[in-house]
Unconditional design. Structure first.
Length: 388
């Protein structure tokens, strides 16, 4: 039986043509394709600045640095995320902590955040930066977080890796509520550059810092120079930066993909609706729907329900045995050996742990066919009925 992957990129002849065009051009990197992609991405997400980077991980790293995260800083994120959302703080030598999720939305709980902030305010241990994640493409409660950020003086670095094209209160993710938002273009994400990412912001000063950090901490911009130039060749290194640049080949692929992002998202949405109908009678918790936001549907993540006769592990194995590529998002970050060594324990974030215990991400990608979804339903229905 044909294998159904859990995710699969869509690369068209147009995508290929635009990459080939760059291969034949003067610039493979640091040419015009990168700013063209940045401008298009910024425009689509309603934000004035977009800084393309080699990955979302790199973007999260320099975003933390741009927000002055360093040794002694405190950064909070959600445990229900990919490792990079927490690692970025550790790269800067900061202390990381987590805020548990809301069991329904699976995003960082505003109640838990608010309570933790009240305690932190009393003990003088307020975070410098909070990193909410738009899990599965469903925007986090960013308006409430903005309110808390203004009250307690932290910055919001939104990990929008799943959420290109998503919107919250009718505004695109990456604009209205966060100080910085980071998107990923890894091959499994909404649009891809193979590896790549972008950081968006409204703040021109943060944008300038990010551009420097992306490229060795250097600048040639006359307005940014600290000293009088030696001559027209002059550049300055003003901070310790990196080579986190996206290539023009990648940007050309990204730009071509971005041009059809809305239709890719429509396809994902239609498939998610179809899953909702197909799976409604199974002992599963289906993905949450929130009327005030539009998900990009990066993942279709269900929970094996209490009434199921089989465990998540058994259902997972049965699906894989039937050539259905399921996955689990996420092992709570605080349970990883590296983070356990920093002092985190099982039981610290019970909602994220409970979600993980039953979580299952079903195949979802634009080219998924109706009969493949039907097969997922049949294998899943049989597996859920199988007693342990
Ligand atoms: C994919 C992902 C990342 C990392 O993205 P890369 O572009 O692979 O570095 C970070 N955070 C989340 C939530 C992700 O899903």
């Amino acid at each position: 039986m044909e294998f159904i992957p859990y995710s699969c990129q869509q690369v068209t002849q147009e995508d290929i043509n635009s990459v080939v065009e760059v291969l034949r051009s003067e610039f493979l990197t640091q040419g015009p394709a990168v700013p063209a992609f940045e401008d298009a991405f910024a425009k689509r997400h309603g934000v004035p600045h977009a800084i393309a980077v080699s990955s979302a991980t790199a973007g999260l790293h320099i975003a933390c640095l741009a927000l002055d995260v360093g040794p002694g800083s405190l950064v909070w994120t959600t445990p229900n995320t990919f490792l990079a959302s927490a690692n970025c703080a550790r790269y800067c030598g900061a202390k990381i902590d987590f805020v548990d999720i809301d069991p329904v939305s699976r995003n960082m709980s505003v109640e838990a955040l608010s309570t933790k902030l009240e305690t932190a305010a009393q003990t003088g241990r307020l975070p410098k930066v909070v990193i909410p994640v738009d899990f599965s493409g469903l925007p986090a409660d960013l308006r409430e977080m903005r309110f808390l950020a203004d009250r307690h003086g932290f910055k919001i670095l939104e990990d929008a890796s799943h959420a290109a094209g998503a919107s919250y209160l009718s505004q695109p993710v990456g604009s209205a509520w966060s100080d910085l938002s980071v998107f990923s273009f890894h091959a499994v994400k909404i649009v891809t550059t193979a590896e790549g990412g972008v950081v968006t912001t409204h703040d021109p000063e943060l944008a300038a810092r990010l551009r420097r950090l992306r490229s060795h901490g250097m600048t040639r911009e006359p307005a940014e120079l600290e000293r009088a130039p030696d001559g027209p060749w002059y550049y300055e290194q003003q901070s310790l930066g990196f080579n986190y640049r996206l290539t023009d080949l990648q940007a050309a692929l990204g730009n071509s993909q971005l041009a059809r992002m809305d239709s890719l998202q429509q396809q994902r949405m239609a498939l998610a609706d179809r899953y909702d109908t197909l799976l409604r009678d199974l002992p599963l918790v289906l993905p949450p729907r929130q009327a005030d936001r539009v998900s990009s549907w990066h993942l279709y993540a269900v929970e094996v329900g209490a009434q199921a006769k089989a465990s998540r592990a058994e259902v997972f194995r049965a699906l894989r045995a039937a050539n259905v590529g399921v996955n689990v998002h996420y092992i709570p970050v605080h349970l990883q050996p590296y983070y356990a060594r920093l002092g985190f324990r099982r039981g610290d974030f019970p909602a994220a742990e409970a979600y993980y215990a039953n979580a299952l991400s079903l195949p979802l990608f634009p080219a998924l066919r109706a009969e493949q979804q039907q097969r997922v339903l049949e294998v899943l229905a049989a597996a859920l009925e199988q007693p342990a």
